[in-house]
Write a protein that binds this ligand. Structure first.
Ligand SMILES: [Zn+2]
Length: 410
């Protein structure tokens, strides 16, 4: 078994934490921003130094490839993203890139034999922080998203700026022939922070990820009557916001009984007219529910379909926005991650991903899997995001050995 180097990991984590440093222990690094250019440069410079060849594709995804002993063999990729949310942390995404770099650095410095070319990769615009949607370029490359539509995506900060314009101006835009594809690549691994508390609570250093949870997304609405807040007696009111509160309570009571592993969230609410002197006449809120088992998701749908047609004098309505099935990772690769962690003596457990990742799109294209490392206190998408250098290195070591096992397998 081979192991990665903690000092080198600490150095890389510190180096990348500077690019977009928001001065409060975290970063704001939107994809293809000046801060992201610095991170991409650092990646390319360090990878060229160990003899990797740098390529970019037409979505500005970057590939650093170390040749193997068989030039005809397909590549094995290790990938994650370099962008962050506004005031995000130093680990989400970039740790997968740093770990991929560390794997290549370890292989180069210890001259570890391997047959396949091995590629460390950066995905463009995974967060979709400035230009929605999330997982934009993995979506384009795997044919889920229309490229022209993505190029037309407008900046949340300035509707006059499109993603296409930023991409065009970027030094990282290359040829479509460089894209990750099943013709050129054998498999892809993505190491990522867990973004939840399960590994920490279990005292495990590695999560062997089996799937990305299926989910369903609804808009739920209540319709009342707008009237004056001062002149309308309580008994005469049709208050859509009060009705929405009742619907939410109804949903929580029913959904909590379904399954302890079910997670669901109302994160967005629109209240009309949203004026403090007017009784609301229409409320529209989101419901996002996630579970591995489609039967549980079906029960969630039944609960939503069963919302009473009228609550607190207001009519209710619901509409499914979208849904996706659970995406299971390649069982061979999942087994290789498990074996690598066990052989290294690293405490691990199987886990699913409640969050979306580029790997779930790639999974439909080639054998793919993920490795999770713990998130301190379960935090992510915020400045307190933290994984210890030892845990980060343990993750990189598992990635290294799983990739070498895949190299021997294919
Ligand atoms: Zn991420």
């Amino acid at each position: 078994m081979y192991t990665c180097n903690t000092e080198r990991m600490i150095d890389k984590i510190a180096a990348f934490s500077k690019f977009g440093d928001a001065g409060r222990g975290g970063i704001t690094r939107f994809s293809l921003s000046p801060e992201d250019h610095l991170a991409r440069n650092e990646f390319a410079t360090r990878m060229e130094k160990i003899g990797a060849a740098i390529e970019c594709d037409d979505m500005a995804n970057i590939y650093a490839t170390l040749p193997g002993s068989d030039p005809a063999a397909k590549r094995i990729a290790m990938a994650s993203h370099s962008d962050s949310v506004q005031n995000g942390g130093n680990y989400d995404g970039i740790l997968g890139v740093i770990s991929a770099m560390e794997v290549l650095e370890t292989i180069a410095s210890e001259k570890i034999p391997h047959r396949h070319p091995l590629t460390a990769m950066i995905w463009t615009n995974e967060e979709g922080s400035l230009f929605p949607p999330a997982m934009m370029s993995s979506g384009v490359i795997t044919g889920r998203f229309d490229k022209e539509k993505m190029l037309a995506s407008k900046s949340r900060l300035d509707q006059g700026i499109t993603f296409g314009a930023v991409l065009e101006a970027s030094p990282w835009m290359g040829a479509a022939t460089n894209r990750l594809s099943a013709e050129k690549y054998e498999a892809m691994f993505e190491l990522h922070i867990e973004q939840g508390p399960i590994l920490e609570e279990a005292g495990a250093e590695i999560g062997v990820v089996t799937c990305v949870l299926g989910m369903v997304n609804y808009r739920i609405r209540t319709f009342g009557q707008a009237d004056h807040a001062g002149t309308t007696p309580m008994k005469n009111r049709k208050d859509a916001l009060f009705a929405a509160a009742k619907v939410l309570t109804y949903l929580h009571e029913k959904l909590d009984r379904l399954d302890p592993a079910l997670v669901y969230t109302t994160g967005e609410i629109k209240c009309h007219p949203c004026i403090h002197t007017v009784i609301p006449d229409e409320v529209d809120f989101s419901l996002d529910a996630r579970h591995e088992n489609p039967e549980v998701i079906q029960k969630v749908i039944e609960v939503i379909e069963g919302i009473p047609a009228e609550i607190a004098g207001c009519k209710t309505g619901h509409e499914r926005s979208w849904a996706r099935d659970t995406v299971y990772f390649d069982s061979d690769l999942v087994g290789k991650v498990k074996t690598a962690a066990d052989s290294l003596g690293i405490k691990n457990r199987y886990i699913n991903s409640g969050a979306g990742h580029d790997a779930q799109f790639v999974c439909g294209m080639m054998p793919t899997t993920m490795i999770f490392v713990p998130s301190k206190d379960g935090h992510s998408h915020c400045e307190p995001e933290y994984t210890s250098p030892e845990e980060c290195t343990a993750g990189a070591s598992v990635l290294l050995n799983a990739v070498l096992a895949a190299d021997a397998h294919y």
